[in-house]
Design a protein around this ligand. Structure first.
Ligand code: CTP
Length: 391
């Protein structure tokens, strides 16, 4: 940071700390990133800083931003800009602007403050929209009426800040958010951008609260109608793993709904498998609720299902039998392995090939049923299996 400051001063550049870090500084909260904006030649300043620290600047010309990484630290530098949106949900068209214009194009008053670090506004807090007052009063307020239309992902952002900071949505902001939802603005947002917003929610400290609020305001319904209000998420506690929480969204989805959800967010394989796992558990539920199902039968039903889906279903199902079964699988059954390995089976005379896998499964089933517990018992079972084979 010191290098950046002295480089900016040497070049007589106008440098500002903006957005999240200013908000967090005022709230005395830790900020993850250091967002800097400069009026003028961003690339030259970034390259100057990189040279001074013996690193390289990565320039993102399309967005007029630059990144310099050095010894684990990361500096993001952006050109002060004006933005126009071709249509709702589209990425903005960017042109050079002043810091004042840059602040005007931002999402919420609490994110539209800048601190002059070098140049014409050094030492000043720029707060043209009353961000500091809103921070003090705990309010998330949109900057202008068309803001959610310009960028409907701000709908998610509003809820994230509200829940993260324990703030409330200002009434005008709330009604514009509802209007944007009723106008179907989320339909214009690409699957990748929607997925990114969901990912950001899941990365919050207490994502379940944010998702419940999104459900209550109709945001989840706007994202994908079968999610409805997702009020079943109330069953989850605040410590639920992010992937388990994500899985919980797909609770009770039919196969078609699950596929629609995967497509709506263009999900990567891991997420898609979790959704498919939830759909599968719904269809396996009658079997898993049956008290007569054997331990190995339960294991074989569950073994190809992602653990996040199993954990989510366990927290959500009203069936005690199924809940206990899933808990047992999650906590212990899934770790049950034969003590004997393939090499041991070879030594006992089992030929290589599919029979070996079959016998290993039989040992595993016997362990699950409590029929074998020791190495000796496993060996005896292998010999019995061999005898069966030869009979
Ligand atoms: N911003 C915006 N509209 C968006 C995304 C971002 O106006 N759709 C602006 C906000 O001023 C925001 C800044 O860009 O403060 C940086 O965005 P981001 O890094 O996503 O947010 P932070 O404010 O840094 O907050 P967080 O702590 O969530 O990272």
């Amino acid at each position: 940071m010191n290098v950046t400051l002295s480089e900016a001063r040497r070049r007589k550049a106008h440098l500002y700390l903006v957005g999240g870090p200013v908000r967090d500084l005022m709230l005395n909260r830790r900020s993850e990133d250091l967002d800097l904006v400069t009026e003028g030649d961003t690339e030259a300043l970034a390259m100057g800083v990189a040279q001074a620290v013996g690193s390289k600047a990565v320039l993102h010309r399309q967005f007029r931003t630059a990144t310099v990484k050095c010894e684990g630290a990361r500096l993001d530098l952006a050109m002060a800009r004006k933005e126009t949106y071709a249509r709702p949900g589209a990425l903005p068209t960017v042109t050079a602007g002043t810091i004042e214009e840059d602040l005007e194009r931002r999402d919420f008053t609490i994110n539209a403050m800048a601190l002059g670090l070098a140049g014409r506004q050094e030492g000043r807090l720029l707060d043209p929209s009353g961000g500091l007052t809103d921070l003090t009063e705990g309010v998330v307020r949109i900057l202008h009426r068309g803001s959610f239309e310009d960028d409907p992902t701000r709908i998610f952002r509003a809820i994230r800040y509200e829940q993260r900071l324990g703030f409330r949505l200002e009434s005008g902001t709330l009604s514009q958010l509802s209007d944007a939802l009723s106008a179907g603005m989320l339909a214009a947002v690409s699957p990748d951008r929607l997925r990114n917003e969901l990912q950001l929610i899941l990365a919050e400290d207490v994502p379940v609260r944010t998702l419940l609020r999104a459900g209550e305001l109709g945001v989840l319904h706007g994202l994908y109608a079968p999610l409805g209000q997702a009020d079943w998420l109330r069953e989850l506690d605040e410590e639920a793993e992010p992937l388990t929480l994500f899985a919980a969204l797909a609770f009770r989805m039919s196969q078609m709904e699950g596929q629609g959800f995967i497509a709506r967010l263009n999900m990567p394989t891991e997420w898609a498998e979790v959704v498919t796992g939830m759909v599968q558990l719904s269809s396996d539920a009658p079997r898993l609720k049956d008290p007569m199902l054997s331990p190995s039968g339960a294991f074989r039903t569950l073994e190809s299902c992602p653990i996040a889906s199993i954990n989510a279903f366990m927290l959500l199902t009203p069936s005690v039998v199924m809940r206990e079964r899933l808990a047992h699988y999650s906590e212990s059954q899934r770790f049950v392995q034969p003590l004997l390995r393939g090499g041991d089976l070879l030594a006992l005379g089992v030929p290589q090939g599919p029979q070996m896998g079959e016998i290993l499964r039989r040992i595993q089933d016997a362990r699950l049923e409590g029929e074998v517990t020791t190495l000796e018992e496993e060996r005896a079972l292998v010999l019995r299996c061999l005898a069966d084979l030869q009979a």
